[in-house]
Design a protein around this ligand. Sequence first.
Ligand code: FPP
Length: 253
Amino acid sequence: MKDHQPTGEAARLPRHIAVVMDGNGRWAEQRRMPRTAGHRAGVKAARTLIESCGRRGVHALTLFAFSSENWRRPKQEVSTLLDLMLRTLRKEASKLHENNVRIRVIGDRDRLGGTLCHQIERVEALTADNTGLQLVVAVSYGGRWDITRACQRLASRVADGSLDAEDIDEGMLNDGVALAGLPGPDLLIRTGGECRLSNFLLWQLAYAELYFTDVLWPDFTEAHLDRALTWFAGRERRFGGVPAMLDGTAGRA
Ligand code: FPP
């Protein structure tokens, strides 16, 4: 993650938005539909959000599509969710590519099937040079998994003698966790009424503004995004400093 913070007008639009898309199941239950119908409606809401962020010039958008903990759901729901992911990537890839969107997937791929992994690799390669919206989809992702993996990599460098333990710093962790190379999220949006992080981007969200809304994810529209952006624009971001320090030098991880 890069450290520099923009100031003035540029600071009013988040460069990077992270979203916990919660409430699909309840949305479906309210309509006496199967939970999977809620997830399908959730994909539509995700598409709208991606288009809206692209239009507004947001640099990066990270969506929490499937968590490490979601493996505990009924087998049927897990396979429907992963199948939905596969079909969505297949269906949307070329349109996203035409719109200059770069797609990356973060998470533990060892647990995903070969077909989904292959599709992820294909879409990542197709869009690798795109310079528009940087879209990150978190699949089989957990913040603790992410930090643990980064630590393991550093530990193995210490073990083989190529790194001194004393030289490990925050920058190395930044470079080792998922989203390396992107600015950390400035704004986290969580729908569905819960006020928690649920193991999402634990390292990367250290200084994010946290926006919680009761709206269920499939109901989240462009107007709801604008409400969140207006709220964000009114926040004073100090990064642990004081207002006078808001010259781009106040630090964060
Ligand atoms: C949480 O709602 C939502 C999920 C676990 C899945 C979210 C995934 C999508 C919307 C698909 C997105 C896919 C792509 C490729 C972007 P929940 O089921 O926990 O709802 P509940 O809290 O009401 O039960």
